[in-house]
Design a protein around this ligand. Structure first.
Ligand code: ADP
Ligand code: MG
Length: 348
């Protein structure tokens, strides 16, 4: 995980707004030729290309989308970038720039914002992204963080949600459910800590789950692998709200149905063992948990041979005609209809 070494505390007022922006952004370097002018003027300037431009935004609010009592600021910065890059990759695009807007109350020090920006910078360097601007302002309570990502793709490469066809295979990258369980582990430890602050949490059995919750990686590699395999998905979406709600988005927008096979859903061994310990159903966790940031896509059946042996991918089902409905085939070979349930359904 990411280290946090900052213990000093400088108030934001000491720097002033422009000093602050300069301080936070001066170590970022430009890495894409499409960035003509980054931070520093009234607006950033991008070179126009023959490609199409992809734009996506997320707004994160303290207490609603993140809890700083177990989310270190460096991780928050990193994850906030990932959430946005994931949406660009889900269009089969290449992410190139971000803007970052942040509002903070006077509870936050310069060092706190440095931590946040260290996470943002690590994400930018790892994923070759240029920070090209943003806005900085104060809030009366807590932190708000909004990131916009900009990417490009050839018109013929862009993959939408509404173009899946009956007989297409349904494929997911990586594994599902771990990030949600990581959150459960962190919430449990927070409660234990509140009762007895001397209690040191033992998180050894949950390292993968916590890493998936606190330091997710957007699947840029999947877009690259698909290009190498010469496979263009027929539809694609990223798994931010759980498999169930994402497959429903593809099916309803594409006007099709689907069959997902319970025994095919990819689960990490830590997900299985922790579900047993927490007395939760691992299929439910994969279907309704969230924040896995894997890619869920459909491919023509003629691409089966290119996909089948790839260790990054699992074929979990296939698309059907709409009138067949959206179904999960259980291990007992029963078909049950999937209901719209994002990760909020599990929270209750
Ligand atoms: P303006 O008053 O025109 O909005 P600002 O003073 O807010 O200008 O911003 C000056 C420059 O710094 C702009 O290039 C802007 O995009 C950038 N900037 C402002 N806040 C941030 C931030 N939090 N992160 C990155 N860049 C920022
Ligand atoms: Mg501004």
């Amino acid at each position: 995980m990411l280290e946090n070494k900052n213990t000093q505390r400088t108030t934001l007022a000491e720097l002033g707004e422009f000093g602050l922006i300069n301080h936070l952004t001066k170590h970022f370097t430009i890495q894409n030729s499409s960035t003509f002018k980054g931070v520093g003027d009234d607006a950033a300037v991008l070179k126009s290309t023959k490609k199409q431009t992809l734009i996506t935004t997320d707004l994160l609010i303290e207490g609603v989308h993140f809890d700083l009592s177990y989310m270190p600021l460096k991780h928050l910065g990193y994850k906030a970038v990932m959430v946005n890059l994931s949406d660009v990759y889900a269009m089969n695009g290449k992410a190139e720039q971000i803007t970052v807007s942040v509002a903070v109350s006077n509870r936050f020090s310069l060092e706190a914002l440095e931590e946040l920006y260290a996470g943002i910078q690590l994400a930018c360097n790892t994923y070759k992204i240029d920070l090209i601007g943003g806005d900085t302002t104060s809030s009366t309570k807590g932190m708000l963080l909004s990131i916009t990502a900009i990417g490009t793709a050839k018109k013929s490469d862009v993959v939408y949600r509404n173009t899946a066809k009956p007989t297409d295979l349904i494929v997911v990258s990586g594994d599902l459910g771990a990030a949600y369980l990581g959150l459960q582990v962190l919430e449990r430890e927070k409660q234990v800590f509140q009762v007895n602050p001397k209690n040191q949490p033992d998180l050894d059995n949950y390292t993968y789950l916590i890493e998936r919750q606190l330091k997710p990686e957007a699947r840029k590699d999947v877009v690259e692998i698909l290009a190498e395999l010469d496979v263009k998905p027929t539809a694609m979406i990223d798994v931010s709200d759980g498999l169930s709600s994402e497959i429903m988005h593809i099916c309803s927008q594409s006007n099709v149905g689907c069959k997902i096979y319970e025994d095919k859903i990819p689960l990490d061994p830590q997900v299985i063992s922790t579900c047993e310990e927490f007395n939760m159903d691992s299929t439910m966790v994969a279907l309704s948990g969230g924040e896995d940031y894997e890619l869920l896509f459909t491919v023509a059946i003629s691409d089966f041979d290119k996909i089948k042996a790839n260790p990054n991918f699992t074929i979990i089902g296939h698309i059907t005609e709409k009138n067949q409905g959206i179904n999960l085939v259980t291990r007992a070979d029963q078909e049950i209809e999937l209901k719209a349930q994002g990760w909020n359904a599990l929270k209750e």
